[in-house]
Write a protein of this length. Structure first.
Length: 262
């Protein structure tokens, strides 16, 4: 079975995209005497540019109009006392916290850049992990060793692997494809599965049941081919992102370790 990685990267990736904006403190509009700073418009323009929209007078006008709409609605919400609503107060605090976290992440990334040597080392580790071959495998996953042994016995009597997978495998995703897991490197599988796969010859299946945390497997190797790992420069952006995430996660762990949490 393939391993799944568990990490909360979305907030970090979003924060990494935040770019601080500094501008002269001048007004872009006055709404009932309340100023909308030009810096706020510039920040929205920068965010739009990050999404691929070119800076233009039309874009700036649309953003200014939107900011005016937000201001008149916010003023009305305050008149209605909604700013005192407990849920609103908490949401405002959460929004403020998110902005501060984004600023922290951006500042940390700037002060702790990932070096070229670190990226090259990560690339070499990745190549070692992937190896030089990838495998097209099938499996049948069942609850008990006895079930797995029975399937192996049926295969020994000319039973069809794909038919047995469709009938008996509890891995529904692969069962409907005759047990096929597609092309993958051994590192994508849990160790007992990977080890068994590496010991198979093309066209062969495991003669002993293979146990993992998911249950008992019968594994068949359909084909093997050379693995072409993309060059360093092609993978560099992903490696940069991964190492930056790891660096920030380490910083978070260190902050938690020194924090007084009750």
């Amino acid at each position: 079975m393939m391993k799944t990685s568990k990490f909360a990267a979305l907030a970090i990736l979003t924060a990494l995209a935040i770019q601080p904006a500094f501008a002269e403190d001048k007004s872009a509009a006055l709404v009932n005497g309340v100023s909308i700073p030009q810096a706020r418009i510039d920040l929205r323009v920068k965010a739009a540019e990050a999404q691929g929209q070119p800076d233009s007078p039309d874009l700036r006008k649309a953003i200014r109009d939107d900011m005016i709409n937000l201001e008149v609605m916010a003023q009305e919400a305050n008149k209605l006392g909604l700013d005192k609503n407990s849920d609103v107060v908490q949401q405002v605090e959460l929004a403020k916290q998110s902005v501060l976290v984004g600023a922290f992440v951006q500042d940390y990334a700037r002060k702790h850049p990932i070096s070229e040597d670190q990226l090259q080392q990560e690339y070499n580790k990745l190549k070692t992990k992937l190896g030089d071959k990838e495998f097209n495998a099938r499996h049948i996953l069942v609850e008990t060793e006895a079930e797995a042994k029975d399937i192996i016995a049926q295969l020994g009597k000319k039973g069809k692997f794909d038919k047995l997978a469709a009938e008996k495998s509890k891995d529904a995703g692969s069962a409907e494809r005759g047990g096929s897991l597609g092309w993958a490197v051994p590192g994508n599988f849990v160790p007992p599965f990977a080890n068994a796969l590496l010991n198979l010859k093309k066209g062969d299946y495991t003669k002993e049941a293979v146990q993992s945390q998911f249950g008992w497997h019968v594994i068949k190797l359909d084909d093997v081919r050379d693995l072409k790992v993309p060059p360093f420069e092609e993978l560099k952006p992903q490696l940069q992102q991964r190492l930056q995430q790891q660096s920030i996660q380490k910083a978070i762990s260190e902050l938690r370790a020194t924090a007084k949490i009750e």
